[in-house]
Structures are given as C-alpha cells and as structure tokens.
Design a protein around this ligand. Sequence first.
Ligand SMILES: C[S@@+](CC[C@H](N)C(=O)[O-])C[C@H]1O[C@@H](n2cnc3c(N)ncnc32)[C@H](O)[C@@H]1O
Ligand code: SF4
Length: 351
Amino acid sequence: MLSLFGQAHGLVGEGIKMNKLNSINKVTIKPILYCPARCEFCIPRRDNYRRLRANSESQMRICDYEKLIVELATLGVQEICISGGEPTLYKHLDCLVRSISLSNIKVSLNTNGFNLLNRLSKLIDSGLNCVGLSLYSNKIDIQDQLKKLDGIGAKAISLIKQFNNLDKKKDRSVKLYLYCILLPQNAHDLYQYLAFAEAQKVDGVFFSPVQGKLSTDNYYLSENNICTIEREIYEWVNNTQINLTSQKDAIFKFLDNMKTNACSIKHGVYKLDPDKPKSCEVSKHSFMILANGDVHACNMIEMAGEPPLGNINNSSLKEILYGDSKKVFDNNVHKMCKYCAMSNTILIEMT
Ligand SMILES: C[S@@+](CC[C@H](N)C(=O)[O-])C[C@H]1O[C@@H](n2cnc3c(N)ncnc32)[C@H](O)[C@@H]1O
Ligand code: SF4
C-alpha cells in the first residue's frame, strides 16, 4: 500500500499484541461528506454522500472522534488521513488534528485546498504532518475546469507557494505531496506539471489514472494518451535535477504496465497485481470511516456506494474488523476491484 509516510510500517506498542488487527496501519476518516467542487469523475461518490446526508440520523461528533482516535491508537494505527468531501470545510479540523497528533499518530490531510490558505499555520501548530493536495494541472484554468469550481486552481497554486515559503527550520517538517489523476485532459502537460512541482520543492507527486465505473468515457485514458504520458514523463526524468537513481525502475515499470494494459485501461479496467490474484492487500492494512459511522474496506468500494462492512454506531470497531463481511472481503476479489487503479499508482519522491 502506498502511504504518505513510507510503504512499509513497523508495528508499535499495543498493536503487536493484537494479532490480526496489528497489520492495520492506515485509516482514512471522512468527517464531512460535502464538497463545493464538482469533479465529474467523483459523481458516484458525491451522489452517495447526498443520499447519506439525507438519510443519516447520526453524524460523528468531535467527542466521538476523540474516543475513536484513542481506540485506533490502541489498535496500532500509525497514520490517519483526513479526507472527504472537502475536509478543510470541517469546523473542528484543528481539534481533530490535535487529538490525532497527541495520540502519536501521524496525520495527513487530503484536500483540494478550498479553505486551507488561512488555516495552514494553525493546523501545523496542531500537529499536521502532511498535506496531499489534489492538483491535476498547474494551469489554473484547467484545474478550475476539471474541478468545476472557479478559483480553486489559484488557491491550490497559492498553497503550494505558501509551503515553499514556510520557515525551513520551524515548519518545513510538514510535507506536501501532489495527487494527480492522469487524464486525457492533462496528459500532454505532464512535463510542465513535474517541472513546476520540482521548482516548488514539493515532497513528491502521486500519479494514478481515474478509478471507478463512470457514466462517461471522457476521463479514461486512450492508447494515444498513454503514449503521450510516457513521452512527457520520460522527458522530465531525462531533464530533472533530482537524483532519481533509486526510482527510475519503478517509474519505467509503471509506464510499461500502462502501455501493456492500454486496451483495458481505455475502458477504465485495471489488471490486478498478477502476483496476488486472489485478493487485494489494501483492505488488510487500511480502512475508512465516514462521518455517519459507516466503515468501508477501501476507497473504491466506498466510491461505488457498495454496502459498508458495518457502522460504528451499531457495532464496535473490533466486531466490524473481525466480522464475517471483512473476512469475505479480505479473501476474495470484489466485483468492483477491476475498476480500482491502486495497482497503477506511482509516487515520485522529489526530496
Ligand atoms: C474524494 S477526494 C476528497 C478530498 C478532496 N476533496 C480532494 O479532492 O482532494 C480524495 C482523492 O480522491 C481523488 N479522486 C476523486 N475521484 C477519483 C476517481 N474517480 N479516481 C481516482 N481518484 C479520484 C481526488 O483527486 C483526491 O485526491
Ligand atoms: S474536490 Fe475532491 S471531493 Fe470534491 S468533487 Fe473533487 S474529488 Fe470529489
């Protein structure tokens, strides 16, 4: 599982004694199921959230999160990612970050940057370790078009510049990663994108194609798009000042893999890791909890609106994580797994 804090986590403290659960190291929480942007490839998720907002009686309160964080710490969880919807709209975000940090769990934020510029230094003071900023283009008009929200591109670029200007000694331990979905709309601009990320000294860039069964083919990559992506990334790899020696093989393998599977990728279908065809590793190391208490095995399943593994308002977290639904999930390939792009994701580290 790719993680902002390194791929392999060691186990700490109580987690060692808790047999199977001790392999869970990353949890994503989604305290807000609303977003002002309108990314078309996120429509299935936003539709689900609208339904959940209308139907859910109980939304998790900050005191519920505080109890949950204590429990996650005892389970050996090492990283909590706060996502959404758009998490910078969550009014108790500072408090949430502080609680996680005080439990010695690393805390990251996955955001489009909507409401972060003015809150960044307070969040850093509260213990924020990492921001994963979704940026699909360094051209603000393209970012606005893809997010379908005027001004969101300018905010994201300002945020990146603000990071670059952080006091290197005091605040620069907080990391900034960019999350870029590879799309027909940005394929030809990736050299510029990577050059921009390098110039702004971001810590790294995650690339992956779009995931999910979408109602339009507009965001799936054609064979031509994949050739363009390969050309653009190769060009940057050949020109960058960053020492990529230890990363080149992984980058080339990622590009080769996309070319080999281009026929299915153009329909949004991704090949599972051929070495692990029987089940997926992601749910063995991570899970997700939504604002209404629903627990999901992974991002793809949550986005697809599949039934949750359980809800923490009705069962304890341990009952859910040791329960039958979780066992079935862990030992089988789910029908939505072929639309998951996790096996086609690469992190290019820049620092
Ligand atoms: C659902 S968003 C929530 C956080 C925040 N609103 C944002 O956009 O960063 C979490 C991540 O999912 C990514 N994402 C959304 N829809 C996607 C899709 N269909 N395929 C791949 N990634 C997707 C976004 O780019 C973002 O990095
Ligand atoms: S900004 Fe994030 S949550 Fe909002 S619509 Fe886009 S991907 Fe979905």
